[in-house]
Design a protein around this ligand. Structure first.
Ligand code: GCO
Length: 449
């Protein structure tokens, strides 16, 4: 079996990671602008102030996307570029940047996939308490309305909130992403409710007001376990762990975010761990949170580790196990198991909204970037995704992370994930071997795999 005829082959980026132009044309600051340059919060205190300068090089970038043959491009919108204070006055120049981007993508034959929020929270709203403030979902709705009213005559594909796990888990629990805080469970649970409500209000608005019939998804990350062997017990154990709320680590879990959206309830385990601390939702709130979606968007990179084995390695590792430059285990089967487990539980077509690997690529003597490992990694993961389809999982698309090298948050510029190499001294772009390989995969609709 091959990939569906209308399969969306694409690549993804996020505003703060590529745009730069952080203080131009009326853009307001985000939490990343304010916090990334200090205290070693990020590697070498690097920021996204210039990043790939995509804001000024958008035409060149779209020409490269066209050369690679991308059918879809997932980008995110910088909230504070569109509404500098987070609420209130709209920055028309900022909004126009995205409207033009959409026009240019469509002119190039590329389907735009717009993510409303990919971690660059407006600093002005951060000062009002951000997600801890119960008005935060109304702020998010206000922003959503501006974007949807402006773009939905052309954009069909929408993603609301990227990796809510990281929004809270990295930003407010682990404290290694902006705003680099470590909040307590009682606060995290309230913030989590407000993130879910923000998602729900946005999805509901898009559904009822988009000018073009929308295709809406939520994009959590998919921490997934691979069964130890083929036995029914091992598969069940992997499934159980995949959907565990993970005690104190609940903000990183899958079910904490996805069960409310797709099943209309929090997992029972959360009540066992936190009892009365778990916030209640009114019926109207549940209605919003469970606004029916069209696809389950998931970002998949590696498998979860599980407990340590006898040799001291977690279950998914062993001495010399393959890992990428960022230290993530290379585990292609996770693509199959994740897609399968997610479809079984939530019943939606699966769109891989991110998948890829970081390496320390460089330009070789012949002027090219020979990233054979990225080709091999992607090839293996895509074969596993196809295996899920053979087992009856409907596939909606595959978006490689990333279209081009970019600012990898707390890792600064040390991790290169792109199909396109970016020289940060000159900002020159060079398509890597993987970009050309992906072009052929797309052209053959995956037959090449
Ligand atoms: C994420 C984010 C991306 C990252 C990518 C590599 O999934 O963490 O969506 O912004 O850059 O995943 O870490």
């Amino acid at each position: 079996m091959s990939f569906p005829k209308d399969f969306l082959w694409g690549a993804a980026t996020a505003a703060y990671q590529i745009e730069g132009a952080y203080d131009e044309d009326g853009r307001g600051p985000s939490i990343w602008d304010k916090y990334s340059a200090y205290h070693g919060n990020t590697r070498y205190n690097e920021t996204g102030h210039v990043a790939d300068d995509h804001y000024h090089r958008v035409d060149e970038d779209i020409a490269i996307m066209k050369e690679i043959g991308l059918k879809a491009y997932r980008f995110s919108i910088s909230w504070s570029r569109v509404i500098p204070e987070g609420v209130g006055k709209v920055n028309e120049t900022g909004l126009k940047f995205y409207s033009d981007l959409v026009d240019k993508l469509i002119a190039a034959g590329i389907e735009p996939i717009a993510t409303l929020y990919h971690w660059d929270y407006p600093y002005a709203l951060h000062r009002k308490g951000a997600w801890l403030n119960d008005e935060s979902s109304e702020w998010f709705l206000e922003y959503t309305k501006v974007v949807v009213d402006a773009l939905s005559d052309r954009v069909r594909y929408w993603a609301t909130i990227n990796e809510p796990q990281c929004v809270l888990g990295c930003g407010y629990w682990g404290g290694f992403h902006a705003p680099f805080q470590q909040a307590q469970p009682c606060d995290l649970l309230i913030m989590g409710k407000n993130v879910l409500l923000s998602h729900g209000k946005a999805a509901n608005y898009i559904r009822n007001h988009a000018k073009k019939t929308p295709i809406i998804g939520f994009t959590p990350i998919g921490p997934s376990y691979i069964p130890k062997d083929d036995s029914a017990e091992a598969i069940e154990e992997a499934r159980r762990k995949t959907f565990s709320t993970e005690g104190e680590g609940f903000t990183f879990s899958l079910s904490y975010w996805s069960d409310p959206v797709f099943l209309g309830k929090y997992p029972d385990e959360l009540y066992k761990d936190y009892g009365d601390m778990v916030p209640e939702f009114t019926d109207d709130e549940w209605k919003l949170v469970t606004e029916p979606l069209d696809y389950y968007g998931t970002n998949i990179y590696y498998s979860q580790g599980g407990p340590k084995g006898v040799e001291g390695y977690p279950e998914n590792r062993y001495q010399g196990a393959p890992e990428s430059h960022i230290g993530w285990i290379v585990a292609p089967e996770v693509m199959y198991w994740s897609a399968k487990f997610l479809y079984e539980r939530y019943g939606k077509p699966i769109m891989i909204t991110e998948n890829g690997m970081a390496e320390h690529d460089w330009i070789c003597l012949d002027g090219k970037v020979h990233d054979t490992y990225r080709i091999d990694y992607t090839h293996r993961y895509l074969k596993e995704f196809r295996r899920a389809a053979e087992d009856g999982v409907p596939l909606a698309g595959y978006l490689h992370w990333s279209f081009m090298d970019n600012y990898e948050w707390a890792e600064g510029y040390t991790q290169r994930f792109g199909l396109v190499y970016v020289d940060y001294k000159t900002l020159k772009r060079t398509i890597k071997d993987s970009g050309y390989w992906y072009r052929d995969v797309i052209a053959s609709n995956g037959e090449k795999l």
